[in-house]
Design a protein around this ligand. Structure first.
Ligand SMILES: Cc1ncc(COP(=O)(O)O)c(C=O)c1O
Length: 360
């Protein structure tokens, strides 16, 4: 196989030191050694998201979303869900699955929600607000901080943010942005293999979780919080992945959060400028586009699926197409995690050449 140049919105390239950590000889998880690793990872995640606590789950990101719905909300409880793409739909499906009464605020796919529109739909009986930070199916970034600033300070109103493709890219803070649950996953900007989710929690979330019982046995935040008080996980953890994540978080700490966010902003600006120079249209407005991926409207007549296949087979370049209603209409180029400016330049020039200078 040609060398893989991975520019998909997850998984993303895994740096050598993270791969090395993942491949270390196995240890037993009920041990001082593993507890120390777990403490370090949880501490780094708490610092990254400015949270009170964090729970790590052996699941993909969706498991983190489900853990929040199952653990903190009861049947019939009213939640406001912002749906502006495939992952917004996932919140709606999860709410339905657990019998919540979802009030769905639909946003055209590709657009970000207006903070005032969210605030207007919150009623005294709304118990939760669910949305994505980066809606990776469309490339839109919902303004999490401005929405948080408009939400009432009620203790029973929980703000749940799917930050699976935003954590480690954008500055997201539970403390400053009034977020109660922030869900992340290992395989995006956290530069680790797929298989881990985490949920960062606010003080308000922790207080609410004490008042209710989880409706899931495995995806129970309460059960994980009691285990983590003893330096453990409730079930056998994904030991290798936790070690990989430890190495990745060390890399983020060494670079510094501010520098990491600035690097992503610079990659985004470069990608947007380059696609415009190629004569292509961008799918998101500049002020609504996420920093971790750039979404391009497919030029008329381009067979997106066939083109993506040929980029992969001939150049080892892996991009992503559109999902759901956007299939065949867009392509997505991720630049998050370990992707460097040089890597991006290389991908852009392959794309430029394969489109015949950008004007097919
Ligand atoms: C914003 C967002 N939410 C949820 C998910 C689902 O995560 P997973 O596939 O890890 O369950 C993804 C994955 O691409 C995502 O980008």
């Amino acid at each position: 196989m040609t060398d893989v140049r991975l520019f998909t919105p997850g998984p993303t390239p895994v740096p050598p030191e993270v791969r090395e950590a993942e491949g270390r000889p196995m240890i037993h998880h009920r041990s001082e050694e593993f507890s120390a690793i777990l403490r370090a990872v949880r501490g780094d995640l708490v610092a990254l998201c400015e949270a009170e606590e964090t729970v790590i789950l052996a699941s993909s990101g969706t498991g983190g979303m489900e853990a929040v719905v199952a653990s903190a909300f009861g049947p019939g409880e009213r939640v406001l869900v912002v749906e502006g793409g495939k992952f917004g739909e996932r919140w709606v499906e999860l709410a339905d699955q657990y019998g919540l009464a979802a009030d769905v605020l639909r946003v055209p796919w590709g657009r970000a929600v207006a903070p005032e529109a969210v605030a207007e739909r919150v009623t005294p009986s709304t118990r939760g607000v669910f949305l994505q930070a980066c809606e990776s199916s469309t490339g839109a970034y919902h303004p999490i901080d401005r929405i948080g600033a408009l939400l009432p300070e009620r203790d029973d109103l929980l703000y749940a943010v799917d930050a699976i493709t935003a954590v480690g890219v954008h500055d997201l803070s539970l403390a400053r942005h009034r977020i109660d649950f922030l869900i992340g996953a290992s395989q995006k900007a956290l530069m680790s293999p797929p298989g881990l989710a985490f949920v960062a929690l606010s003080g308000r979330a922790l207080r609410q979780l004490k008042k209710v019982a989880s409706r899931s046995y495995y995806l129970s935040l309460q059960r994980e919080l009691s285990a983590s008080a003893k330096g453990q996980t409730a079930f056998t953890p994904a030991v290798s992945l936790v070690r990989a994540l430890e190495a990745a978080l060390r890399r983020i700490s060494a670079e510094g959060k501010g520098a990491v966010f600035a690097r992503h902003r610079a990659l985004k600006s470069r990608a947007r400028a380059a696609f415009r120079e190629m004569g292509l249209s961008l799918f998101n407005r500049d002020d609504e586009a996420a920093d971790g991926l750039t979404v391009v409207t497919a030029p008329p007549g381009l067979d997106v699926k066939g083109w993506l296949r040929s980029l992969k087979e001939r150049h080892g370049l892996w991009l992503a197409g559109g999902q759901g209603e956007l299939e065949g209409k867009i392509f997505r180029v991720a630049h998050m995690g370990a992707v460097t400016a040089d890597d991006l330049e290389g991908a852009l020039s392959t794309i430029r050449e394969s489109l015949g200078g950008g004007r097919p």
